[in-house]
Ligand binder design. Structure first.
Ligand SMILES: *Cc1c(COP(=O)(O)O)cnc(C)c1O
Length: 337
């Protein structure tokens, strides 16, 4: 019986064709810059996002950290959302390993950082203060897509204050597909972008940091320092290439399935949805949550536990699975467990 795992889009497993591409990958030592598959992935990602260069990283956490360290020196500061991945879910790496002080501020409900608030926390040039160096956004953020005009306003602000501008674009392509734009319309505002290959794109491992040649040159040294210099990494890069070639447009299916899930669950008493499903994520509260989780687990449906339940659709979930999930939740509440 198939397991329907809605905890995250990180749980996707490589499809057979992707594994074949990995098996057939041309390899070399990437620390010498000699892995053709890694080089091809980096070139492809840079071209796609409209920047000069790119670097393959082992994870999104590493890619974001490398970016922050490439832009900021010890004692610099970056402005970031209170619930942003780089600040909250990366074990404080920027502070611990980069000596970069975070200045977190709360997100607005739409996932934007209020730009007046950003302005207010930018420190003047004064010995008392850390040097504000960078603004970091995340897109999608909690499944929400940042509006293009907001990105442009944020870009004006970083230009005015001479800040660097980094995007944690772990799910950048979910935003691209949702908005129906060219990816460059989003990435043009930013100095650096980190994308994850291992989420909805379905690769087993890997992220890519994309930026100017100057930033990527710094990034190569930092990646080595962090222990992220990999050797015949081309097998992993080949999975990434396959993902970029074949799995971008299918993200639409994940968004449709999230909508389907939202529609089905919204009709069930006992479930309260928090907002709509803009991309591949749905947030909700459930009555008798622990019992519901156990009930679904017995039917091979796995959902996350938390104050708010997050359901994520992905490559390994189809519309029949969604129907199964909705039916099971209906059953749970109608049987009054
Ligand atoms: C998953 C994720 C990351 C980090 O990715 P890992 O590969 O798990 O380290 C960064 N930012 C966001 C928004 C993510 O969802």
């Amino acid at each position: 019986m198939k397991t329907i795992d809605l905890r995250s889009d990180t749980v996707t497993k490589p499809v057979a064709e992707m594994k074949q591409a990995m098996f057939a990958a041309q390899l070399g030592d990437d620390v010498y810059g000699e892995d053709p598959s890694v080089n091809m992935l980096e070139k492809k990602a840079a071209l796609l996002l409209g920047k000069e260069d790119a670097i393959f990283c082992s994870s999104g956490t590493q890619s974001n950290l490398i970016a922050l360290m490439a832009h900021c020196d010890r004692g610099d500061e970056y402005i970031v959302g209170q619930d942003a991945h780089t600040y909250k879910y990366e074990a404080g790496g920027a502070a611990v390993l980069g000596s970069i002080q975070p200045q977190p501020i709360s997100f607005d409900v739409d996932g934007t950082l209020n730009l007046d608030t950003v302005k207010r926390v930018i420190k003047p040039d004064d010995n008392h203060f850390a040097k504000t160096k960078l603004l970091c956004l995340e897109n999608t953020i909690g499944g929400k897509v940042l509006p293009l005009n907001y990105l442009n306003q944020a870009k004006d602000l970083v230009d005015e204050y001479h800040l660097s501008f980094h995007l944690d674009g772990a799910r950048l392509f979910n935003a691209v597909i949702s908005q129906g734009v060219d990816v460059k319309q989003i990435t043009t505002a930013f100095d650096s972008i980190s994308i994850c290959l291992s989420k909805g794109l379905g690769a087993p491992i890997g992220s890519v940091l994309v930026a100017s040649a100057e930033i990527i040159a710094k990034a190569r040294r930092i990646r080595k320092m962090l222990g992220g210099g990999m050797r015949q990494a081309g097998m992993l890069a080949a999975a990434g290439i396959y993902a970029l070639d074949n799995h971008l447009h299918r993200l639409d299916d994940d968004h449709d399935n999230a909508q389907l899930l939202a529609q089905g669950l919204s009709a069930i008493e006992g479930i309260t949805l928090h907002g709509c499903a803009q991309t591949n994520m749905l947030f909700l509260s459930a009555q008798k949550q622990p019992q519901l989780i156990d009930f679904l687990a017995a039917k091979n449906i796995i959902i996350s536990n938390g104050k708010v339940i997050r359901l994520v659709t992905h490559l390994d979930i189809n519309s029949e699975d969604i129907v199964k999930v909705v039916t099971a939740v209906e059953e749970f509440y109608s049987d009054n467990h």
